[in-house]
Write a protein that binds this ligand. Structure first.
Ligand code: GCB
Length: 600
């Protein structure tokens, strides 16, 4: 409700138009920032009272004013300072019992002090807020953002006081038919400021985007570009990689971009077995920061996926951004370490980060630990593919995801969709997304998790979208949503495409600690048996180049109410939400050990 009214009313707000706009900052985690994490005072506002009058008009004295009751003044029916706090980063659902199922707006407020620095620009950076956010600083509207899993930055340069300041953010996790994702998903709709919030100070001219990568077909040539915001043509950009004796300068053109290409000496290429990262210093005028980057190539040759020129098989697993042990949105370093640590323990070299971009800590850690990454946007199930406005939302999320993680060596695949219905509108929509990916990052491979068709015992992968992809991902649930695990033995696979295949999902549910015969659903034995049959079947698919079974750890889902077994968890995890490994974990671990022994 908040959203529908908001959209109409806020579109006309002058304060928004007058602001200078940039599309987001990059490498924020590599820059000095003023942290705004911690306790924020919050007001739960299911009726949108903080923004609307009783007749639905926009309030000029809404909660964003952070008003205080004067002794003889009009009543003020809210009070941030006396309202309870929520921790940022963090979802609200798992922080307060009454918010567990809550979907709607919540107001967040935090005070902070700041001293203006000359010739700087200042942004409020929000790592992610689900799903829609409205931001005010010192009572001025500064921006709004839609999309629950990608970062955004609101410029506040001209609005900050020397000394005391406050920021108010209204976050609304109401599901929308025309949202990305749409109304139906199989994960918890965790709301709130779920990732880090900070103030980022940059010089007036600053590096706002860049792409440096290993040139395909070359052992040690790095190419790319650096974009400088607000700079005059001819200004100089420097890239230094001291460990490789690189110190390269280039001039920016009229578009603010400097292009670079240079030899990188004895470059050691990044791979899961050798996750070599270099300190890369980027410099333009007063702006300088140090990134941590690895360099690799990934490409397709026929039905092979080549990493640094050699064929690779992806031993992976899918992961939701769900925090081990405490549940809720993963947002802490230890959450990421635990999740990716389990993947390593399992013998994996690859993760599918489902079904939306995960925290930047995750891709940074994958860089360091040596795990290839499939990253995707939540174009999931029956999105409203016929609406141009919905396509624009998907494009924006895609752009924000790529921009944030283009510097990560781990990222190998950008995925544009998961299990979408085969309609003409959907094909047009997804082709447009594929084109966008190629424009924004020609060095990674484009994929999607497709549905398969069944004819008798034959499974057919011929979704027309396949023609536009580099690598075909497909999901199948033989032994769970269809047939019995043993039916995998007789299944024949056909594909219309001479391209590499990744089985992006397979699996079945098991409640940790529930035991029984292999034909008894929900038991660990059933799940383990399903994995055994799947693994034999998959071995027989000639073009298969990788797998990411569903899923590493049990995760919360409102679609899974069954008492005693699911209790609102999807139980397809190989590990329970409490970190207990199920039998199938070891089945997969053995298979991955054999696979890695056979290639080394
Ligand atoms: C799927 C979806 C995934 C679900 C899974 C399931 O095909 O892609 O999001 O959670 O199946 O468990 O049903």
């Amino acid at each position: 409700m908040f959203l529908a009214q908001n959209r109409r009313l806020l579109e006309g707000m002058e304060s928004l138009r007058s602001l200078r706009k940039v599309c987001g900052l990059v490498a924020v985690d590599r820059r000095p920032t003023i942290g705004l994490n911690g306790d924020w005072h919050t007001i739960v506002d299911p009726y949108g009272t903080g923004l609307y009058t009783f007749h639905g008009d926009l309030r000029t004295d809404g909660y964003f004013m952070n008003g205080k009751q004067a002794p003889d003044g009009e009543p003020v029916e809210y009070n941030f300072q006396q309202s309870p706090v929520l921790q940022v980063p963090g979802d609200w659902n798992t922080q307060r019992e009454s918010l567990f199922f809550y979907e709607g707006p919540i107001w967040y407020k935090r005070d902070f002090s700041y001293q203006r620095q000359p010739r700087t620009r200042v942004f409020i950076h929000v790592g992610a807020a689900n799903y829609r956010s409205y931001v005010w600083v010192n009572r001025q509207k500064v921006c709004e953002h839609e999309g629950g899993f990608t970062p955004f930055d609101c410029e506040v340069t001209d609005l900050l006081n020397d000394g005391k300041n406050f920021v108010v953010i209204a976050v609304d996790n109401t599901r929308l038919a025309d949202g990305i994702p749409t109304l139906q998903t199989d994960w918890w709709n965790y709301g709130g400021l779920t990732r880090d919030v900070s103030l980022v100070e940059v010089p007036e001219q600053f590096i706002d985007d860049f792409d440096l990568h290993l040139k395909r077909g070359n052992q040690n040539i790095i190419e790319g570009w650096v974009h400088v915001e607000g700079v005059l043509p001819e200004a100089q950009v420097t890239v230094r990689i001291p460990e490789l004796n690189v110190n390269k300068t280039a001039k920016v053109g009229t578009d603010g971009r400097a292009t670079l290409e240079f030899e990188a000496g004895d470059l050691e290429r990044w791979s899961p077995d050798h996750s070599r990262l270099y300190r890369v210093y980027l410099h333009a005028g007063q702006d300088e920061f140090e990134d941590e980057m690895g360099f690799k190539t990934v490409e397709v040759r026929g039905t092979e996926i080549l990493l640094n020129g050699s064929p690779i098989f992806l031993r992976g697993v899918s992961i939701h951004a769900e925090a081990p042990y405490r549940t809720g949105r993963a947002c802490k370093d230890e959450d990421m370490k635990t999740l990716l640590g389990w993947v390593k323990e399992m013998g994996g070299n690859y993760v599918r980060l489902a079904h939306y971009p995960h925290d930047e800590r995750m891709t940074r850690l994958a860089d360091r630990m040596g795990l290839l990454v499939w990253s995707e946007i939540p174009v999931y199930w029956a999105v409203e593919f016929d609406k141009p406005a919905v396509l624009a939302k998907a494009e924006q999320q895609l752009c924000e995801m790529i921009r944030r993680d283009r510097d990560k060596a781990s990222v190998a695949f950008w995925s544009v969709a998961n299990e979408t219905p085969a309609t003409p509108a959907r094909i047009e929509f997804l082709r447009a997304l594929v084109t966008k990916v190629r424009e924004q990052d020609p060095m990674r491979l484009v994929t999607a998790a497709l549905l398969v068709r069944t004819e008798g015992r034959t499974k057919i992968i011929d979704d027309p979208l396949g023609a536009a992809l580099d690598v075909i991902g497909f999901n199948e649930y033989i032994g769970w949503y269809e047939q019995a695990p043993e039916d995998a033995d007789q299944t024949v696979w056909k594909t219309a495409y001479e391209k590499p295949l990744i089985v992006s999902e397979f699996g079945g549910d098991a409640k940790y600690g529930l035991h029984g015969d292999t034909d008894k659903r929900w038991t660990e034995e059933y799940q383990a048996n399903l994995y055994r049959h799947q693994l034999v079947m998959l071995k027989g698919i000639g073009r298969l180049r990788g797998m990411s079974p569903w899923i590493l750890m049990d995760f919360r889902s409102p679609r899974r109410p069954m008492p005693g077994i699911q209790d609102y968890f999807n139980r397809k995890g190989l590990i329970s939400d409490q970190g207990e490994k199920k039998e199938a974990f070891y089945v997969l671990q053995n298979a991955y050990r054999e696979l890695s022994a056979s290639v080394s």
